[in-house]
Design a protein around this ligand. Structure first.
Ligand code: NAD
Length: 442
């Protein structure tokens, strides 16, 4: 059976890949299991060198990969170029960073980091390279082999990237298989998969956890978010409005840490909202290669339907739409600003994943904090303000909290979700070590 990949801007078929049968999933895991016994014997320095070099070798293909990424996922060429280059850099950089984190400790302790075995990496479509690389690299450096299943929405870019990597990696170290949830589930339930490293939705994360429970597989799960932003009355309102629009519209709103809901203190709400509308009005939708197109297509009809449902629900419950609010054509959704967001709306409760700035005016800082925290999600959160900003940030229930900037520290900070936005995490010394078995000898 074949899986066809479509350009979300015009629904034209871009190419096809073979869907893995149950037998092929089994074979891939078995082969990865056999090769893992060799890979784990290599000294850490050799593993790092091999993975680092493989990523560097992809560099000459950056432009070609960026075009394919844009066509398949819909983001503009600048964003695709930075994702491709970022993935190459992250791969080569994390190889070294993870190598240091997973090497025998120099502190005289009796702790070491042993490989787990075969790792399943399952990734989403919104950052199809970045999300995969973040998990594949620490898994390999830890001495595991990887069977990678990318999203069924973006199989071609994953296939191409892995093919270039595999020109320089030993055979059977990194294997790619394709398919939808059925193939993903087959991989997760395979008895020889020791670790499932997953980035995707909360709903699928729960299914994976249930399946993995049968053999208590190790899990690293980076899940969905519904990120709040709080705007305090002493905030720089120009900066806050710029951030609110850019973050809500980033990747057409299809980013796990996009701003999904904004709580602004009443005394500055009107000024802030006016600024947001003025900035948002400059944004235009368009295809990846159109200049001045800031917002690409929504990846699939399923996602478009979800955004429409959230909009209709919000309007029925009293939201005021100040800009946009509907599908323009095909998968293109207008840049949207709405106010009077309330806690009973789907848009406040769930991840909408569309280009929408959703604003609620609050009577007090306490109300803003209460509503920000009244959620199962806890990925990122943002506070704009001065005197109280840090105090407010300290009360927010999220894994990554930005003060007057976006969440996520970058550098050697972990990428981590709190509450139901994640289980385990990656990045940084502690993140890399989750791809190994901590072992105490002596
Ligand atoms: P998704 O959960 O629908 O799918 C993700 C992957 O899981 C796909 O490859 C899919 O085929 C696979 N899958 C589906 N059902 C499965 C099952 N039962 N068993 C095993 N695999 C299965 O997510 P999506 O729509 O591709 O991506 C968007 C979601 O990802 C959003 O919720 C977003 O917030 C989240 N995300 C989170 C982060 C983060 O770092 N926390 C980053 C990017 C995206």
């Amino acid at each position: 059976m074949k899986l066809t990949s479509f350009d979300p801007s015009n629904q034209q078929a871009l190419g096809r890949v073979a869907v893995a049968t149950s037998e092929q999933v089994h074979q891939c895991v078995q082969t990865a299991k056999v090769y893992q016994q060799q890979w784990r014997q290599l000294p850490m320095a050799d593993r790092v060198e091999i993975v680092h070099k493989a990523f560097m070798s992809v560099s000459p293909y950056s432009d070609e990969l960026a075009v394919l990424l844009s066509k398949e996922m819909g983001k503009d060429i600048d964003r695709s170029t930075s994702e491709v280059r970022g993935a190459i850099f992250a791969g080569s950089h994390f190889a070294k960073e993870a190598g240091a984190a997973l090497s025998p400790r120099a502190d005289g302790s009796n702790i070491s980091y042993r490989p787990l075995g075969v790792c399943a990496v399952i990734s989403p479509w919104n950052y199809p390279l970045a999300m995969a690389v973040n998990l594949i690299v620490p898994a390999l450096i830890a001495g595991n082999t990887v069977v990678f299943k990318p999203s069924e929405q973006t199989p071609l870019i994953a296939e191409k990237f892995v093919a270039y990597l595999n020109e320089h990696l030993p055979s059977n170290l990194l294997t790619i298989i394709h398919g939808d949830e059925e193939v993903g589930a087959k991989l997760v339930e395979h008895e020889d998969v020791a670790l499932v490293a997953f980035t995707g939705s909360q709903a699928v994360g729960k299914k994976i956890m249930k399946t993995a429970a049968a053999s208590l597989k190790r899990l690293v799960m980076e899940l969905g978010g519904n990120d709040p932003m709080i705007v305090l009355k002493d905030a720089d309102l120009d900066a806050a409005a710029r951030f609110a629009v850019a973050s809500s519209f980033e990747n057409a709103g299809q980013m796990c840490t996009s701003t999904e809901r904004i709580y602004v203190e009443k005394s500055v709400a009107q000024t802030f909202t006016d600024k947001v509308v003025a900035i948002a009005s400059y944004y235009q939708t368009g295809c990846w290669d159109e200049p001045n197109a800031h917002i690409g297509p929504i990846v699939s009809q399923k996602q478009v339907t979800k955004i429409i449902d959230h909009m209709e629900d919000a309007k029925a419950k009293g939201a005021q739409v100040l800009l946009g609010g509907s599908v323009q054509h095909g998968n293109f959704f207008s840049p949207t600003v709405l106010t009077q967001l309330t806690p009973n709306m789907l848009m406040e409760r769930e991840e909408t994943f569309g280009p929408i700035v959703a604003i609620a005016e609050v009577d007090s800082v306490a109300e803003a904090i209460m509503r920000a925290n009244d959620s199962d999600y806890g990925l990122g959160a943002v506070v704009f303000g001065q005197a109280q900003a840090r105090d407010v940030a300290n009360q927010l229930e999220a894994g990554m909290i930005g003060i007057n900037k976006g969440p996520g520290g970058g550098g050697a900070s972990p990428w981590v979700g709190a509450k139901q936005s994640g289980l385990g995490f990656h990045g940084g010394v502690d993140g890399h070590r989750q791809f190994a078995q901590v072992t105490v000898v002596g």
